[in-house]
Design a protein around this ligand. Structure first.
Ligand code: B12
Ligand code: SF4
Ligand code: SF4
Length: 380
């Protein structure tokens, strides 16, 4: 039932709204959440925007032109939602066990976050439901009801910067946001809201210390310095974002290993991902092991035998659908090229036989000529 509206000062009303927002986010199953008012964060955001501009200017975005196009919206969330006064951020953990085949002999590796249905949609739906709940509670408490816009990865929002300012974690040397309890295996989601929360920036200290494990472990040497990633050398970028050929040296290509979609190496070595996550903290959005979805198919042979149509059907509605069939095949051939020589001769012969069959199919399509060349190399 709607209560009688009390006469609250603007600041009191903002504080009440902020507390309610975080209470409902927690009750909705988000293990970590935070909020900040845009006006109160203007100064704290400036170094983040400067970093972003420098990163782009140095060409680190590679072919991700949407990052260049969306620069102004990233610098000013009011270009995304004109009435925005605050932002809510949440972290949603995903499964820690390694994804993909258990050994290179059996098949390629996939990044953990690709398991299950598309996280953009899952998280956006949870955040919409959370905000509807907030709206209902506001009505009950006689507070003004909010309008909002949910942003999960696809909107031009500097998610990691806002996550820093709302106290969700610090930016590790591998550029991932690290939460002291959750490590870095989580998605970020955010909501722009047209109501103030009274919350100021609350960044956490950086706990990386003298550690450099992520920088040392990156197989393609993609970090120019701590916190400075050159996407053009990152396996995640090459396999997920880059269209056409990889455009890297053969030496670099050989270092991309058996990854066909994304890469988790700079997270696997991070000590903050080694601690077991408590059940209660990981309860939100964790994909059950049985529901691997698009990455359930993971042995070399069946992946090689797959045609465009069945690939599309397998990845429909999942984050893997970002990789088009031709690019997935490119990734598969590179990964196999990096692995084939180390396989026992029996599996090598079997896979070469499979390749021979697939190559007949490939020669019918002119666009696949560069891939065909690569296949021929694998058959030698
Ligand atoms: C473009 C992009 C990529 C690119 C570029 C990655 C990069 N490091 O910038 C590529 C394709 C390589 C990529 C890879 C991955 N990505 Co990505 N990606 C994005 C995207 C869409 C934009 C990131 C961006 O703007 N980069 C440009 C740089 C300059 O910005 P930034 O890294 O966010 O850094 C800002 C702040 O962190 C801060 N900052 C940076 N360094 C420092 C240092 C200090 C000391 C301080 C104070 C601040 C600070 O300033 C920067 C500018 O504002 C975001 C979603 C989003 N909308 O934000 C997801 C996102 C960052 N990716 C995500 C994930 C999961 C991944 C992968 C792990 C996937 C995988 N397993 O393959 C890898 C990780 C690779 C890596 N080491 O970064 C998650 C990260 C979650 C987390 N815990 O941090 C995000 C947030 C998506 C999501 N909604 O969950 N990604
Ligand atoms: S995701 Fe892989 S390739 Fe990219 S920076 Fe991390 S370890 Fe290097
Ligand atoms: S591996 Fe070490 S340096 Fe890298 S992010 Fe983790 S704690 Fe920081």
């Amino acid at each position: 039932m709607a209560g009688r509206p009390e006469l609250l000062s603007t600041a009191e009303e903002a504080n009440r709204f902020g507390a309610l927002l975080l209470e409902v986010a927690e009750a909705s199953g988000f293990p970590v959440s935070g909020a900040v008012d845009l006006d109160l964060a203007t100064e704290a955001m400036l170094p983040h925007i400067a970093r972003y501009d420098q990163w782009i200017a140095e060409g680190n975005a590679g072919a991700m032109s949407y990052l260049v196009r969306g620069r102004d919206r990233r610098a000013d969330p009011r270009l995304v939602l004109p009435s925005a006064q605050s932002i809510l951020t949440v972290a949603i953990p995903y499964r820690k066990p390694a994804a993909g085949a258990p050994s290179p002999e059996e098949g390629p590796r996939f990044a953990r976050y690709l398991e299950g249905s598309d996280y953009h949609e899952r998280i956006a739906a949870s955040l919409e439901a959370t905000m509807k709940q907030v709206s209902v509670r506001c009505q009950e408490l006689g507070l003004a009801q909010p309008s909002w816009k949910v942003c999960v990865d696809t909107s031009a929002v500097l998610e990691r910067s806002w996550a820093v300012l709302t106290g969700l974690g610090w930016v590790g040397k591998n550029t991932l946001l690290i939460n002291p309890k959750l490590g870095s295996y989580f998605f970020l989601g955010s909501v722009l809201i047209d109501r103030p929360t009274g919350r100021v920036p609350t960044p956490l200290p950086d706990f990386c210390g003298h550690c450099t494990r992520c920088l040392d472990a990156c197989p393609t040497d993609a970090f120019d310095a701590p916190h400075a990633l050159d996407s053009r050398r990152c396996i995640s970028y090459l396999t997920l974002e880059k269209r056409g050929e990889f455009e890297v040296s053969e030496e670099m290509l050989a270092k991309t290993g058996s990854w066909v979609a994304g890469c988790d190496i700079c997270q696997e070595v991070c000590p903050f991902n080694r601690k077991p996550v408590k059940e209660a903290e990981a309860r939100a959005e964790v994909v059950p092991a049985a529901e691997l979805g698009p990455i359930a198919k993971q042995d070399w042979e069946s992946l090689l035998a797959e045609d465009e149509e069945s690939y599309r059907a397998r990845v429909r509605g999942t984050a893997l659908s970002r990789i088009k069939p031709r690019e997935f095949r490119r990734n598969l051939l590179h990964a196999l090229g990096n692995t084939l020589h180390s396989l026992p001769s029996e599996s090598r012969d079997r896979l070469r036989e499979r390749l021979r069959k697939s190559i007949e199919l490939c020669s019918e399509r002119e666009t696949d000529l560069s891939l065909k060349d690569r296949w021929l190399v694998l058959l030698k």
